[in-house]
Write a protein that binds this ligand. Structure first.
Ligand SMILES: [Mg+2]
Length: 314
């Protein structure tokens, strides 16, 4: 499998996880397996909970906005990403994270809004920056560990003032980078952790360890730590893209986001051919803030290829 295929696997894999998990959001553990007990039997991309079959949510919508900014601006333009997020938030997305909405609609400049939210709430370690990180992880992978993790921190900080959210997103960026290289991101975890800020390293090391299980989470998986930990657990304890996604959604809670994060990792590891066509055929991404566009599989595939090849960067 080549780099472009792995990149397509990551971008499409994350969107598929998001769409497949959406109908189960805030549901109990075990709901997915009890409804779809036989792997591969089909019918899983069924919609529900206000979502059409195959419809991706805010996770993928924000990820696409990041991707299009990186490609159109030829690199990291943080005010541009923030402006796209604001246009998206103002165009009535079906779902938007509470924290993200507060930051994007408080009328402060791009480099002050998230910090102001964090100062007033003291709670800003949601998974809302991690959920949209696959395209930027693909884009910055070629620049190496330090550069991709720094880019992750900057993009996360647009909406999340808590450095814990920056570090979790940075870890995800590096795991994707390793997977795109064709290596096993779980084998390289100790190296990734050396690049995590010391204040946050121990907590992430614990939650990403082979002995950790999602049952041990001390917060709802809408928080960045158990969300990333659950995605890594799903990847580690399964042997295929589909099984990883099934395991992630079956945890319950913030199912679309846990599956979107899992899907980015598993898609990069197993590649696009491992993603069931019964899941990719109905996949679509309505994109508020884009003048009414809806993206389908071919658009996401082209986007992933461009993120790797960076046609406008030099
Ligand atoms: Mg969502």
């Amino acid at each position: 499998m080549n780099l472009v295929q792995r990149a397509v696997g990551a971008v499409v894999g994350s969107a598929v996880g998001d769409a497949l998990g959406a109908p189960f959001e805030f549901g109990p553990a075990g709901a997915f397996f009890s409804r779809f007990p036989i792997p591969g039997a089909g019918g899983e991309m069924s919609g529900g909970g206000g979502w059409d079959a195959g419809e991706a949510t805010d996770d993928t919508q924000m990820a696409v906005h990041v991707a299009e900014s990186l490609l159109e601006r030829g690199g990291l333009d943080l005010p541009d990403i923030f402006a796209r997020f604001q246009r998206w938030a103002a165009d009535q997305p079906k779902d938007i994270g509470l924290q993200t909405e507060d930051v994007l609609t408080r009328g402060l400049p791009w480099d002050q809004a998230a910090a102001a939210h964090y100062r007033s709430s003291h709670r800003a370690a949601g998974n809302g920056a991690l959920m949209r990180a696959t395209p930027s992880a693909v884009y910055f992978a070629r620049d190496g560990r330090q550069a991709t993790m720094d880019a992750a921190r900057h993009i996360a900080a647009l909406t999340h003032g808590d450095p814990a959210a920056w570090e979790g997103t940075a870890i995800f960026h590096d795991l994707i980078r390793v997977a795109l290289d064709g290596a096993d991101p779980l084998d390289q975890l100790s190296h990734t952790l050396t690049a995590v800020h010391p204040d946050h390293r121990q907590r992430y090391a614990a939650i990403l360890a082979p002995s950790w299980h999602p049952d041990q989470a001390t917060e709802f998986n809408g928080a960045v730590w158990p969300c990333l930990g659950s995605a890594v657990w799903a990847l580690r304890t399964t042997r295929s893209y589909a099984d990883a996604i099934r395991a992630a959604i079956d945890l319950g809670g913030d199912t679309d986001t846990v599956a979107a994060v899992t899907g980015g990792l598993a898609g990069a590891v197993y590649g696009p051919a491992a993603i069931p066509t019964s899941w990719t055929d109905p996949l679509h991404v309505p994109l508020p803030g884009s003048g009414g566009r809806t993206l389908h599989l071919t658009h996401l595939t082209d986007l992933a290829r461009d993120l790797v090849e960076r046609p406008n960067s030099d």
